[in-house]
Design a protein around this ligand. Structure first.
Ligand SMILES: [Zn+2]
Length: 299
């Protein structure tokens, strides 16, 4: 059985501290992983506005957002100018690629995309993604082939943007198996590889899963041929690094093989006729507020 580790990097602090921590761990344990990077300004502080959204306060108290992210990160873009991640961490990001890790686009401005993309026009989404693409090319001297939308916010317009930008595979949704997404009557050619497992922040704080039971719970859920786990540079790469290291060691002991998403995509795309077409719909996930993109496995 396979596990693919998808690393979402949302913030400047996650890039600066979480990314090198995870890269070191993955190199030590010979784990390939895919890093989805936020490359423009870190306006995490604007997320404070989300406090006023229903369900967020409950989530803050449960997952200790201030404790996990730090007060400074929460103020970026509000009282402090948002630092430009791609400019500030040019070398660090290049180094990640040089070390052999797969890199893709998470966002230009993570907060802006996560909060606004569902109401943006096609033109505006194209522009926003173009900014990320240009920054990606400037840093890596390569065209991006993969992307993963912040907060699993995806719709027909974002899929069209990816397709037009030549993105070969993406991981924008929650679901069960790789597929070609369909919305209304349109089938998109960018392969979707969904996240199959809950994220750590969705499980943290639930009374039924204290920290010492999390690994066992994950193992019980990892029943598919291909299991995709999304982690965050800001959590598993920082405060939960020690837990994550033990978790990885345990899955390796349980005979799981780790592959990056690119290898999985390549294997599937070698036989495109066998890839199912499934609807991409807006749904809800326990432990996460609001709607996000979900694979409709029945259609
Ligand atoms: Zn993210």
């Amino acid at each position: 059985m396979l596990v693919a580790i998808k690393v979402d990097v949302d913030t400047e602090i996650g890039t600066r501290i979480g990314v090198p921590n995870l890269a070191k761990l993955f190199l030590e344990l010979k784990i390939p992983a895919t890093f989805y990077l936020s490359l423009g300004p870190d306006n995490t502080g604007r997320a404070i506005k989300r406090i006023f959204r229903r369900g967020f306060l409950q989530k803050v108290s449960r997952t200790n957002v201030a404790g996990n992210y730090g007060i400074r990160t929460l103020l970026n873009g509000v009282l402090l100018p948002g630092p430009h991640i791609g400019k500030k961490h040019f070398k660090l990001l290049q180094n990640l690629k040089t070390q052999g890790f797969e890199v893709g686009i998470h966002a230009y401005d993570h907060v802006y995309w996560q909060n606004n993309v569902m109401k943006l026009s096609q033109e505006k989404i194209d522009q926003e993604f173009k900014k990320a693409t240009l920054e990606f090319k400037r840093i890596f001297n390569l065209d991006p082939v993969t992307a993963a939308s912040p907060g699993w916010q995806a719709n027909a317009k974002t899929l069209k943007t990816y397709q037009d930008a030549g993105i070969i595979f993406a991981s924008d949704c929650r679901g069960e198996i790789p597929f070609f997404p369909k919305i209304a009557d349109e089938i998109f050619t960018t392969l979707q590889i969904p996240t199959t497992l809950p994220t750590l922040d969705e499980l943290l704080g639930l009374p039924e899963f204290p920290a010492e039971k999390l690994t066992t719970h994950y193992l019980e859920l990892m029943t598919r041929e291909i299991n995709v786990l999304t982690i965050h540079a800001e959590l598993e790469g920082m405060k939960y690094l020690a837990w994550f290291k033990e978790f990885i060691k345990t899955i390796l002991e349980n005979k799981f093989t780790c592959e990056n998403l690119g290898t999985i995509a390549k294997n599937f795309l070698a036989h495109p006729n066998t890839i199912p077409v499934c609807e991409l719909i807006q749904g809800e996930i326990p432990g996460r507020s609001g709607k996000l993109a979900v694979q409709n496995i029945s259609a």
